[in-house]
Design a protein around this ligand. Structure first.
Ligand code: DC
Length: 220
């Protein structure tokens, strides 16, 4: 099976690039952030504190998480409920970042992610795909963009989803989240030693073209 890992901070444009690559290559796109977001949603619903390891660990056995593909699009199910749209808020983003620093949460999601790559050709995006989840990935990318480009991109997404939030607030929470994600002890969001760095501050089309050329060279 072929696996393409795309790691990097929030708002770098990983999912847009990953979706385009998946479409071009006929692979499935696995959005691993959605899994941490689903655990965050469950924690919020249960009134748990996202940084409280004991509380979050006690919730994990109650979580049944399934990933399905509907018309080629990933949907995430929490105990049978499709939560794919509910997990896209700014509140959930912050909470997902917090629960993702808990080792038991990462262990809980490990096999699910690896199994998907075992059974399918995948483009998988996240923070630790090239370093922890798929250390033998066929190609590893680490994607980044300027602070401004990242915040504008995420702001636009949130506005489109009907969330009322200022660009400044998005900038602030993104900076906090990226600091948490890259500084945490377990599986920090850092490039794998063999990752290819992609800057996605400017043209999306150019980034996709560069990525596809690199992948093609590797798999043909
Ligand atoms: O990619 P995203 O913004 O949907 O991810 C939400 C949070 O989940 C992110 O702030 C950190 C965490 N995450 C992670 O720790 N590891 C991953 N592979 C994906 C996401």
């Amino acid at each position: 099976m072929i696996s393409i890992a795309i790691d990097g901070p929030s708002g770098a444009g990983k999912s847009t690039v990953a979706k385009a690559l998946a479409k071009k290559l006929g692979y499935i796109y696995v959005d691993t952030g959605a899994l941490y977001r689903t655990i965050a949603l469950f924690a919020i619903r249960k009134g748990a504190e996202p940084t409280n390891e004991e509380q979050i660990c006690a919730l994990l056995p109650q979580i049944k998480l399934d990933v399905k593909y509907v018309d080629g699009t990933q949907r995430v199910f929490l105990c049978g409920e499709d939560v794919s749209d509910k997990i896209r808020t700014n509140e959930i983003s912050m909470c997902a970042s917090k629960v993702s620093a808990i080792p038991a949460v990462r262990a809980f999601l490990l096999d699910l992610q690896r199994d998907m790559a075992k059974n399918n050709n995948v483009i998988m995006d996240g923070r630790d795909i090239g370093t922890v989840i798929l250390p033998d990935a066929t190609v590893k990318f680490f994607m980044n963009a300027s602070e401004d480009a990242k915040a504008r991109r995420r702001h636009k997404e949130l506005l489109a989803k009907g969330e009322k939030i200022s660009l400044e607030e998005v900038k602030k929470t993104m900076a906090e989240r990226d600091k948490n994600d890259s500084a945490r002890k377990i599986a920090p969001a850092v490039p794998a030693a063999d990752a290819i760095h992609l800057d996605n501050s400017e043209s999306l089309e150019k980034t996709i073209e560069t990525a596809i050329n690199i992948i093609m060279e590797k798999i043909i």
